[in-house]
Design a protein around this ligand. Structure first.
Ligand SMILES: [Zn+2]
Length: 328
């Protein structure tokens, strides 16, 4: 049984970019005859804007994108996340870290690694138990020991490994298949390092909350923006560490701002026009390479895009293409 979800952060209203992800995940659930859930990702409470959650839900309703169950809020799932962290600690897959950002910069500088603009430095594993642990320092955060799930030091995998779906090559590369982007890979331990599960300020990390909730809600298919694609291997590592299934992934194209960067509140993303949902959805459909849809009524337009999506991404799309080829 297909279960999909749209998981917005309530840091502001839906804009053109987030509507693309919402529409795509809704269409994919319809195309598979599945259920579509909405989950408000509000674990990073300092970034949340009061009232934005309700506003997003009203925007979705105006666009005819209604969830099949009552929406959920991650801020109410702390017990779930604590249980998952306890499980990881008990299994030796998570450990406490005493490093500040500055500590990590210094450790990496000694290794000759400098921060790229806008990128996080990979964690060098300073507080790993095999490196001596906290050595008397006070714990700040909890991290996943990625080495437990990906070994290091061997050469990059051959192409045969690269195309393997959801498999882990012995070299430490994590490879997976994205339904739209095709074969993907990342060396989590080297490119990201042991990532944070619970932050120094006590807040739950996005990666842990997403993985735990996707599993708790039985999510089988994740459809979201391409800016989140490089989170996938971290989430897969966590799924393995927790013994959870890995969903299918499809990452949608991004809406770019005039400056070529991802659309954000900083570069002019504005709330979609609730007065004209079909036009807003038509723009989103265009980004998804769907037809403009005829007419100005909401329901027929959504039905048209659903049929088109089913042909392209639906469960029978391959056999449908084969059939049409035979019919000519
Ligand atoms: Zn540390």
């Amino acid at each position: 049984m297909y279960v999909g979800r749209f998981a917005p952060s309530p840091t502001g209203p839906l804009h053109a970019g987030s509507l693309v992800a919402a529409l795509a995940s809704w269409l994919d659930a319809r195309a598979h005859g599945g259920r579509w859930l909405v989950r408000i990702e509000d674990v990073d409470t300092p970034r949340c804007v009061p009232g934005a959650d309700r506003f997003i839900l009203s925007q979705l309703a105006t666009c005819g994108l209604t969830p099949d169950e009552a929406p959920t809020w991650q801020s109410r799932h702390g017990g779930r996340y604590q249980a998952a962290l306890d499980q990881l600690v008990a299994a030796g897959h998570a450990y406490p870290c005493a490093c500040s950002r500055k500590d990590i910069e210094i450790a990496q500088a000694t290794l000759g690694v400098t921060r790229q603009r806008g990128a996080e430095l990979p964690y060098p594993g300073t507080c790993r138990p095999e490196h001596g642990g906290l050595r008397g320092r006070a714990p700040r955060a909890w991290r996943l020991h990625t080495g437990s799930f990906a070994s290091d030091g061997a050469p990059a995998p051959a192409d045969a490994h690269f195309t393997a779906i959801n498999s882990e090559a012995p070299s430490g590369w994590l490879t997976w298949h994205d339904r739209r982007l095709g074969p993907q890979r990342q060396h989590v331990e080297r490119e990201v390092g042991d990532f944070v599960l619970q932050r120094a300020d006590g807040l739950w990390a996005y990666q842990l909350a997403v993985v735990v909730d996707d599993a708790a809600q039985g999510v089988t298919h994740v459809v979201r923006g391409e800016d989140l694609a490089d989170n996938t291997p971290r989430q897969m590592s966590l799924q393995r560490a927790l013994g959870l299934p890995t969903p299918h992934y499809l990452h949608t194209p991004l809406v770019l701002a005039a400056d070529g960067h991802k659309l954000s509140k900083q570069n002019g993303a504005f709330a979609i026009d609730l007065g004209d949902p079909v036009t807003a959805l038509r723009d989103a459909a265009h980004v998804l390479d769907l037809s403009p849809a005829t007419g100005d009524a909401l329901a027929p337009a959504l039905a048209e895009w659903s049929a088109e999506w089913r042909d392209r991404w639906g469960v029978d799309s391959a056999s449908a293409m084969a059939r049409s080829a035979v019919i000519g």
